[in-house]
Design a protein around this ligand. Sequence first.
Ligand SMILES: [Zn+2]
Ligand SMILES: [Zn+2]
Length: 262
Amino acid sequence: MNIDLHNHTKRCKHADGECEEYIQAAIVCGIDIFGFADHAPMKFDERYRMDIDEVESYIDEVSHLREIYKDKIDIRVGFEVDYIHKKEYLIEPKVLNSDVDYLIGSVHFLNNWGFDNEEFLGVYKNVDINKIWIEYLDSIANMAQSGYFDIVGHFDLLKIFNNKPHKELQKYIINALESIKDNNMVIEINTAGLRKMIKEIYPSYDILQLVHKMEIPITFSSDAHNPTQVGFMKDSALNLAKKIGFNKVVSFKKREREIYDF
Ligand SMILES: [Zn+2]
Ligand SMILES: [Zn+2]
């Protein structure tokens, strides 16, 4: 069972390609369940996300394509929602209440700093990376505790520019994973990190071993921002998961969990 639940569309203003092109690429890659999770609207950093009045047309377009392609592929729709600690009020009720299959919760910001954006790379020179990791991991824990989301997006995104967490941060990683477990969330194995400076899947091998030990379920994603990235390095993700000992993968339909062997 090949699953890829985290894909963007041109609606978010920084990805390319029509929904239909992503679906055609997914069929070519042999993906069985393909989901869109475009950046949800929010009154914050609006250059990088869809507008609030596009929510309906986004869901309608994917629903329409689901019907057209139903004999070839199973199509799902969701959102990737920014979780910004202490700015939870920014999360749109319209998104939380939308008729989607799942919501991915992602931390891309610490206060106003978009730490995964190369435009703001200079900020790293002025921060204590250990303190930033603690802040990031606490944000992930808070995101899980909010109870709003089904899937944790790219668990260790802060490593993107080669800043891996030091060993002494293990207890914060475990704390974040415990919140994820307690709030019944799923972690995605996201191959986008292989396209970034870090050249490593999110989350890392070590963290995935903890995920497995704690019996937190997984799903798979390519985080494609272009149809050519659909299914990106999916065999690496599958092999990594198998090597660690996972044999089940989760998908969602109308916020309900489905479990498959892989
Ligand atoms: Zn994006
Ligand atoms: Zn993301």
